[in-house]
Each structure stands twice: as C-alpha cells, then as structure tokens.
Design a protein. Structure first.
Length: 292
C-alpha cells in the first residue's frame, strides 16, 4: 500500500486521540501503562560514564538471550521482557525491547494496548497482518519496516494469516523523547533502498528522511554485506551509542567476533568498523544512551 495512504489514516483527529487515551484510562485497573511499566524496570547499567572517554562495549551472545516458547509464539529476548528478567539486561540506552519472534501459521497476538512507546517491526520471513484502533489494516512482509508511535494510547493486533508458513520478525521498542503524542502508524518497503555492501537507512528522527521516522533521536541502518566487505559507521547523534544485531552470517565489529543473533553494544565512541567474515546481514541501532 502506498505510504501516503498510511499517513492519511494515521493523522488522527483530536477526538480520536482523546479516545485512545480514554481507552487506556478506562482499562487502567487491568492494564498498566506500557511506558511506566518498562521505565520502572530500567536500570543504569548501560548508560555512559562521562568521566571516562574510552570506548565501552557490552556483548550479548545469542545463546544467553531470554527464551519463551508458547507453542504459537517462539520468542528470544535480547533484553528483559515478560517472564524473562535479568537486571543486567534491561536496556541499552533508550532501546528497551529487542525480540526475535517466530509466529506459527494462523496464530498471532490478540488485541492489546500500548502507550508512550516507539514500536518498530522488521519482518524477516513471511507476512504479518496488523490491525489497530486507528483503522489501519495492513500486511508487512520481508523487506518492509513498520513503525507505531503509541503516544496517548492505541490498541492493535498482529496475526500470521498464512496457514502454511511461519512468520519471523524483529520487534523493537524504544522509549520516546516526547510523551503523549498523537498515535500514528506507518510502514514502507525497503526493497528499493537495499544496496549490497552499504549501510542503508531504515529509520531516523526526520519525517522527510529515508525510512520511517520516530519520536527519538535514533537512526537504524541495515547492512547486506558480502564476505570481506569492511565498512565504517559514524555515530549520528551526540551522546548516542550503537547496538548491532547480527541477523545472518558472521561479522567482526571493533575486534569482537559476532555470530547470528548476537548483540553488541558500543558507546563513548564516534565511529566503529564492521567487517563481514562471511556473507552477512546486520542491523545497526544508533540510539541515545540517556533517557529523556
């Protein structure tokens, strides 16, 4: 679907925005605010030390992630989520959730609420149908990226309508830099931007820039790299850090060897070098290390 159609649908009236907020308030006894619940859990384990200027890193090997198998959903959590709790794995700056999800054929997430969170979905295989309280109905597939600014409150569901194929996707949540904004939804295809051996932008803070945009000083880039390719990445935002997630293959970042589904955070630096040790796909998330 054309991006402009989504933007028109996502431009809520004041009445609709109030309705979203009222829905959450009406269910306040049953549903805790997404923002408040997750912010309450956040520690300071991955925030920058301004007194020390040397680069700092944190390594999250794929095998150390949290895991939940619900039958219809098989999910690995890079950070604490739901029943997985690790006080050393709460967040990387404003990056709060990075779930590697597999949804069984014909199954999905029933209607549920969110508020004050930037939620990004990146399909890796199959198609996921999205429906929300703003009236959006869409299917995202491999090569697409979806963003939802929950703001004052939104309800949505996500289903795998294909009865013969699993859906695999990354679900990423970030704390916003503005609370109680008007909820919005957008999705775009990245197929025309995909260039081998370059980092191409999939998300930024700027509505007129490449990719989707969010209420946060963050940039996401994807790299589809051939073996031997070596690229430098310069941190975009002052005070930002970089969290790299290896989707496929093997890479080395600043001397650290990484395998599929490994996560590697770097901060207190201005530039990093990424080398592909095999054909590889990597997601770079350039995010503020300080809340607010």
């Amino acid at each position: 679907m054309d991006r402009k159609n989504f933007l028109k649908k996502a431009a809520l009236s004041t009445a609709a925005a109030i309705t979203g907020s009222s829905l959450l308030k009406a269910n306040n006894r049953e549903v805790k605010s997404t923002y408040d619940k997750l912010m309450h859990q956040v520690g300071f384990n991955h925030l920058p030390n301004k007194e020390i200027k040397s680069m700092k890193t944190v390594l999250h090997k794929a095998s150390t992630r949290g895991h939940a198998d619900h039958g219809w959903l098989n999910s690995h959590h890079s950070f604490s989520f739901a029943n997985y709790y690790n006080p050393e794995r709460m967040n990387f700056g404003v990056l709060r959730v990075l779930n590697d999800d597999v949804v069984a054929p014909g199954k999905g997430f029933g209607t549920h609420p969110h508020d004050n969170m930037e939620i990004i979905s990146i399909p890796l295989e199959g198609g996921l149908e999205h429906k929300d309280s703003m009236g959006n109905v869409a299917v995202i597939k491999q090569g697409d990226v979806q963003v939802m600014s929950a703001g004052t409150g939104i309800y949505h569901s996500e289903y795998n309508k294909n009865t013969g194929q699993e859906v695999r996707f990354l679900q990423i949540w970030m704390f916003p830099n503005q609370k109680n904004v008007t909820p919005r939804y957008d999705q775009i295809t990245l197929r025309e931007q995909e260039i081998k051996n370059q980092f191409y932008q999939v998300l930024s803070p700027n509505p007129n820039d490449a990719g989707v945009w969010v209420h946060q000083n963050a940039w996401f880039h994807m790299g589809d790299l051939e073996k031997g390719c070596e690229l430098d990445y310069t941190i975009k935002g002052e005070g930002n850090g970089l969290y790299a997630f290896v989707i496929e293959g093997n890479v080395t970042i600043e001397g650290q060897s990484l395998n599929p589904r490994d996560g590697f955070g770097i901060w207190d630096t201005e530039q990093v070098t990424v080398k592909a040790d095999s054909n590889a796909k990597v997601l770079l998330m350039d995010v503020p290390m300080k809340m607010g």
